[in-house]
Design a protein around this ligand. Structure first.
Ligand code: NAI
Ligand code: OAA
Length: 355
């Protein structure tokens, strides 16, 4: 006789199996995916690597709220059981599963459509993003090797700093594994856009939701180049305003690092920005048209192999890299300074994987 699928004890066993994947062994019929009303909803499978961190925790919450997410895998080397239990109680559709430590990385990544990576050390006052290279380069390499092994077709949103170097690192890892598709590797620079929209709106006295500022180049100091001549709605600024806004946007990260005084860097605004970017990727993957965001990607817009500009997102990732558009003299000077620093950061990333 078949077991009664509606028997209360059987249902509880299935819920327990969902909470504790160890139970799956020897009890294949009780897999989490078989849970009633769990995992069956249409949507995308998303993994967050570094999910227990300052960015990872609020980002996990925001992705659990996203109706396009059906399965959410939370991976970290510490504390994922607690974060997973906590986030999993939110009454939204996504099934949440936690994965702890290197031996569970492959399980965390298998079958994922989108992998968001905020793993790695944050800055303390007095540090540059490049000072994080020695620790974070290895972390990003290991995680991207996992992506190449377990979900080579996933779109990757890379947050870990220094982004100007970690994206080239990821590209080299994927090239070595034979899985590299430049459209699927997106460096997350949207926080610069989020800040630029906020600071420009303050100066203009309008709602930041109504402002859009393209920010190009990269994600560190002078490589962050806001194009104030291309703000929408079209707006004019005095020379003094341009200098103030450019400086504030370029140093937005440092402003937070100093205000946090040793307790880390931007986490909440970054989680907000990453959730916005992740949602844009998911909508594009669903087939929505006309989705354009700034991102640091493989690019032919300049002579550098990577550069952040507006990109049109589609089912395959960054389907079109949009041109810089007309720059004024101030922006042309800024572009040269950005390219000089970016070139060194890119070379450093490539050399790290090939040494
Ligand atoms: N792209 C951007 O705009 C921004 C990037 N960041 C960068 O994001 C990164 C994370 O920042 P926070 O969350 O504030 O740091 P955090 O230290 O609070 O969290 C980092 C998390 O990564 C985890 N982790 C370390 N090694 C790992 C590994 N091998 N595998 C998986 N997880 C690992 C840690 O256990 C920790 O939970 C930093 O590198 C930071 O500079 C921060 C803000 C903005
Ligand atoms: O400034 C940092 O170190 C973190 C970061 O990238 C940002 O907030 O833009």
């Amino acid at each position: 006789m078949q077991p009664d699928a509606n028997a209360p004890l059987h249902r509880l066993a299935r819920v327990a199996a969902h909470l504790n994947p160890q139970m799956e062994e020897g009890a294949p019929a009780l897999r989490p995916a078989a849970c009633r009303a769990k995992g069956g909803a249409p949507g995308f499978k998303v993994a967050i690597l570094g999910a227990a961190g300052g960015i990872g925790q609020p980002l996990s919450m925001l992705m659990k709220m996203n109706p396009l997410v059906s399965v959410l895998h939370l991976y970290d080397v510490v504390n994922t059981p607690g974060v997973t239990a906590d986030v999993s109680h939110m009454d939204t559709g996504a099934v949440v599963r936690g994965f702890l430590g290197a031996q569970q990385l492959d399980a965390a990544l298998t079958g994922m459509d989108l992998v968001i990576i905020p793993a790695g050390l944050p800055r303390k006052p007095g540090m540059t993003r490049d000072d994080l290279f020695n620790k974070n380069a290895g972390i990003v390499r290991t995680l991207c090797e996992g992506v190449a092994r377990c979900c080579p077709d996933a779109i990757v949103n890379l947050i870990s700093n220094p982004v100007n170097s970690t994206v080239p690192i990821a590209a080299e890892v994927f090239k070595k594994a034979g899985t590299y598709n430049p459209k699927r590797l997106l460096g997350v620079t949207i926080l610069d856009v989020v800040r630029a929209n906020t600071f420009v709106a303050e100066v203009l006295g309008v709602n930041p939701r109504d402002v859009s500022v393209p920010v190009v180049g990269g994600h560190a100091g002078v490589t962050i180049l806001p194009l104030l001549s291309q703000v929408t709605p079209p707006s004019s600024f005095t020379q003094e305003e341009i200098k103030y806004l450019t400086n504030r946007i370029q140093n937005g990260g440092t402003e937070v690092v100093e205000a946090k005084a040793g307790a880390g860097s931007a986490t909440l605004s970054m989680a907000f920005a990453a959730a916005k970017f992740g949602d844009a990727c998911l909508r594009a993957m669903r087939g929505d048209a006309g989705i354009v965001e700034c991102s640091y990607v493989a690019s032919e817009v300049t002579e550098l192999p990577f550069f952040a500009t507006k990109v049109r997102l589609g089912r395959a990732g960054a389907e079109e890299i949009l041109p810089l558009g007309p720059l004024n003299e101030f922006e042309r000077v800024g572009l040269e300074a950005a390219k000089k620093e970016l070139s060194e950061s890119i070379q450093k990333g490539i050399a790290f994987v090939n040494k």
